[in-house]
Design a protein around this ligand. Sequence first.
Ligand code: BV8
Length: 251
Amino acid sequence: MAASDLDYMKGDIQALRKTLMNAESVAVLTGAGISAESGVPTFRGEGGLWRNYRATDLATPEAFERDPELVWEFYNWRRKLIGGVQCNAAHHALARLENLIAKFTLITQNVDGLHFQAGNRNVLEIHGSIWRVRCTRCHLTTTDRSPDLGPRPVCGSCGGLLRPAVVWFGEALDPEILGKAVEAVRSCQVMLVIGTSSIVQPAASLSLEAKSGGAVVAEINLEATPHSRFMDFALHGKAGEIVPRLVEDWS
Ligand code: BV8
C-alpha cells in the first residue's frame, strides 16, 4: 500500500468508529489538549504554560523547597482559572463512551478534574489532582475546591505546610495507579490517545505498551507527535470536533 494510501487510512474516522463500536475493552489516555477548548492552557503548544514559565521553576519538588509561595501562586492561579471552566464536547463524548463499552478505563495526565465533572467514573489521574492537597509533614491528603488557598496554606491537622497533590517532574507516579493504567492498556483492544504531545514519561509509553499488547492505537491531536508514525489511526484536528463524531448515534 502506498504511503499516501496508508496516511489516508490513518485519517479514516469512520474506520476508527467501526473498530471502536466492535471493541469490548477500550483504554483512553488524555493530555492537556482535551481541556484546551474549555479554556485551560496546555503546556507546550501555542500559549502553553511552559512557554511562559519554566517547568523546573514551578513543577518540581526543588522549586517548592526553594520558593513555596511562588509555586502556590502558580497553582492558585490555575485553580482559579480551572474552577471557572466547563467541560467541552470531547469530555462529554468520553463520558458517553464509558457507558457504551463493556470495559473502559480513562487514564489522564490532566490534574483539572474535568473528566469526573463530565461524568466519567473509571478515571486514573496519573499526575494527581489540583483539587487535592497533601501535608508535607503528616502527609494527610484532602480535597479542597476553594479557588485560592493563599500563599502558604497549612494542614488543619498538624499545621504543616500543604503542597498540591500532583506529581511534579522528578517525582515517581503512584505505583498502584500506574500499575492499573499499564494493566488497562496492555489488555485493551483499542486505545485512544487524545490531546497529548506524547513527550512526558512514563505516560507517553502507555501507547507503546498498548501496541505491544496487540491493541489498535489511535491518536487524536491538533498536530502530529513523535508517536504519530506508529499509530494505526492519526486524526489531526480539535478533540472537541473529532471525539464526539466517534461516539455519536451509536444504536
Ligand atoms: C518520573 C502535573 C522518575 C503537575 C506533570 C530528569 C529528571 C527526572 C525525570 C526526568 C528527567 N528527564 C526526563 C524525565 C522524565 C520526566 C519527563 O518525562 N520529562 C519530559 C519533559 C521529558 N518525567 C517525570 O519526571 C515523571 N516522573 O519520571 O519519575 C522517578 C522514578 C522513581 C523515583 C523518582 C523519580 C513525572 C512526570 C509528571 C510531571 N507532571 N503535571 C501539573 O500539571 O502542574 S506533567 C504535565 O505535562 C501535565 O501533567 C501534562 O498533562 C503533561 C503532559 O503534557 P501534555 O498533556 O501532553 O500537554 P502538552 O501541552 O505537552 O500537549 C498538549 C497537546 O494537545 C499538544 O500536542 C497539542 O497539539 C494538543 N492540542 C492542543 N489543543 C488541542 C489539542 N489536541 C486536540 N484538540 C485540541 N483542541
